[in-house]
Design a protein around this ligand. Sequence first.
Ligand SMILES: Nc1ncnc2c1ncn2[C@@H]1O[C@H](COP(=O)(O)OP(=O)(O)OP(=O)(O)O)[C@@H](O)[C@H]1O
Ligand SMILES: [Mg+2]
Length: 316
Amino acid sequence: MSERSSEGPPGVPGTDAAIRTVGLSKRYGHTIALDGLDLEVPRGEVFGFLGPNGAGKTTAVKLLLGLAYPASGQGWLLGAPLGDRRARLHVGYLPELFRYQPWLTAREVLGLHCRLAALDRARWAEAVDSALAAVGLADRGDDRVGGFSKGMQQRLGLGVALLGPPDLVILDEPTSALDPVGRQDVRRIIRELRDRGTTVFLNSHLLTEVERVCDRVAVVDHGRVVATGTLPELLGGSTVALRATGLSADTIAGLGRFGRVRLDGDRLEVEGIAPDEVPDLVAEVVRLGARVHAVEPLQQTLEDRFLALVGREPAA
Ligand SMILES: Nc1ncnc2c1ncn2[C@@H]1O[C@H](COP(=O)(O)OP(=O)(O)OP(=O)(O)O)[C@@H](O)[C@H]1O
Ligand SMILES: [Mg+2]
């Protein structure tokens, strides 16, 4: 087994991104799990890969890591073609479903992965201690994982993904078994990784998780990216509601330039308005002779947007 080199895998011209895929496809029998996936994740970004159950998130991760092979398309991880073993040494991975050997202690599991990651032996003890501390298992290091709760196993899996330290960390639903404290720990760990310049690729169907930590998000459905961007970009314009007296259907006719307008008694809603146009809207409403009693922003939630993007409109 070769030692890890500190300079990282060899770069391929034009593929300096942490992750890049072009038209990646995968079939399982008649199921199209991935249908021409195009992704670009720059180095240092915390990237959320968001989609409903069965959208193809885990399949994409397996292809990225060379654990499954694409039917067509190409991809690069840390500048190396998918499946490159040297690039893999610089990637930390928390799988979706995993079981460690129950007879091993947490410390032994981490030691085994230090070996698999080809870490310099002199660094194992320190790497294991810092992984245990990072995931809140410092006092359980010598316990066998067979006696660990589901959440403790997931914490250990996250600890394994932090060994190295890696340049890219891929987390497939990292908080599925965790309590609120564990979820908060994962967010803290992801922010610490970002502060160190590590790229994080986070698979999730939990919108709040993605909302709180990701710089950019791709929404995937039926094996395809249906939207990508920062959260403000994905959420588009916002909706604002005014409580105003003295307006009528006739007087609001000219407000259409701000967005889609709806008047219901004293309540005026303008959907899709750019945030910096709200003061102009209020000034215009006053100019029309109305009295404004309240202005309330109604942010479309990521959940509503997500449901709209994957074709399941939110319930009213
Ligand atoms: N090994 C497999 N054999 C057969 N079909 C598979 C296999 N792996 C995935 N699939 C199918 O591919 C599609 C995508 O599955 P995938 O596990 O990638 O979804 P996912 O987005 O990770 O979903 P979840 O949120 O439930 O984890 C599904 O229709 C699934 O049934
Ligand atoms: Mg999955």
